[in-house]
Design a protein around this ligand. Structure first.
Ligand SMILES: C[S@@+](CC[C@H](N)C(=O)[O-])C[C@H]1O[C@@H](n2cnc3c(N)ncnc32)[C@H](O)[C@@H]1O
Length: 352
């Protein structure tokens, strides 16, 4: 093939795509085959390789504009950005379809069980719930801009305790979370999901012990840093509210310093989402900023300056007692372990 020169019909046969498609890619500027004197297209080896790349990218769902950019720039970091973006697009679609399938199935049963006159109101009530859930799942935004703070994060946890002291005994808190996660797991080779990995400081404990861990984070820049530190660590773009994995895939789910970026409704939805990907006897271990109850929160608040109070209210510290009643509604149980006056760990499991 090295020096071969092929006509469009040969290329079509060789690659199993129509001539029209090849003309379309040419029209879009993705390929530029030479022309003979009689204006026939001639394809050389480089054109064929390029077409093969285009076919693969199309199979993966890339848009024409994305393919153009990938082929033009060809830099690894740019290709990675495109793949991460495509991963996000595909998972959003799967998430949307998964919720739709669940609701269509539930509504089907309700319609069977209802009388003719009840059908419309049954559908309306289900759809109302569906839209509410969708708004919460799609509504979460990174208002803290983690992409921007990613570079400084590891310095911040070393000495940036600030008035609230959230990173006081950071390493001890992480190491304790790791030990709890391992001790809560009955299996020899557990599969762990970490949510909100950031720069991978908790992940390091699992990786050093050769534990099968996958991490997700919503920030591309955080992922870049964690990947530089731990090149073999599997980290993907993903959110608490949209976990890019199938049902019942993980033995345990763990998270540190991330859950307080969700408000109460989002926390509830995210626990349903974690429950979905958790095996039946699996556990969720969340170490984060939290108070046992409002009394403890008010006591802590009373010692803060106005700026301290503002910082505290900028995030959604969990009130364990309030979360507990939500978790009961999901047929799950919760255990709380206090770390200090502002931090703690909750262990959530399915009621057996
Ligand atoms: C304060 S950092 C904590 C990083 C690390 N877990 C640690 O303990 O140092 C919070 C991380 O959670 C991620 N995060 C926040 N909200 C998230 C969400 N809804 N879904 C996924 N990741 C989220 C952020 O992007 C950021 O990387």
């Amino acid at each position: 093939m090295d020096n071969e020169r092929l006509y469009i019909k040969d290329v079509s046969k060789l690659l199993g795509i129509s001539e029209n498609k090849i003309r379309f890619y040419e029209k879009k500027g993705l390929i530029k085959p030479e022309r003979t004197e009689s204006d026939y297209r001639i394809f050389i080896k480089d054109d064929i390789v390029r077409l093969q790349m285009i076919i693969i990218y199309r199979e993966l769902g890339f848009s024409i504009a994305d393919i153009e950019d990938v082929l033009k720039r060809g830099v690894k970091e740019n290709i990675l950005d495109h793949f991460h973006n495509q991963w996000r697009i595909i998972n959003r679609e799967i998430d949307r379809l998964r919720v739709m399938r669940k609701e269509v199935e539930n509504t089907l049963d309700s319609i069977y069980e209802s009388s003719d006159s009840q059908v419309s109101s049954i559908i309306l009530s289900k759809m109302h719930y569906l839209l509410e859930e969708r708004n919460i799942r799609d509504g979460w935004k990174d208002k803290w801009n983690f992409d921007e703070s990613a570079m400084d994060y590891d310095n911040l946890v070393k000495d940036g305790e600030g008035e609230l002291g959230i990173y006081k005994e950071y390493k001890k808190f992480l190491s304790q979370t790791y030990s709890l996660t391992i001790s809560e797991c009955k299996k020899d080779n557990p599969r762990i999901l970490e949510i909100g990995v950031g720069t991978g400081n908790l992940s390091e404990y699992f990786l050093k012990s050769n534990i099968d861990i996958i991490g997700i984070d919503q920030s591309r820049e955080m992922i870049k840093i964690a990947k530089n530190k731990y090149p073999h660590f599997k980290i993907r773009l993903g959110e608490f509210l949209k976990i890019p994995y199938d049902n019942k895939e993980f033995d345990n789910i763990v998270s540190t310093y991330a859950f307080h970026h969700l408000n109460a409704d989002e926390k509830y939805q995210s626990i349903m989402e974690m429950k979905r990907v958790l095996k039946k006897d699996g556990k969720i271990i969340i170490s984060d900023l939290m108070f046992h109850n409002n009394y403890d929160k008010n006591k802590f608040c009373s010692k803060l300056s106005e700026e301290g109070k503002r910082l505290l209210e900028d995030e959604y510290y969990t009130i364990v007692e309030e979360l507990g009643s939500m978790i009961c509604a999901l047929s799950m149980s919760i255990e709380y372990i206090k770390f200090d006056e502002i931090k703690g760990t909750i262990i959530i499991s399915n009621k057996i």
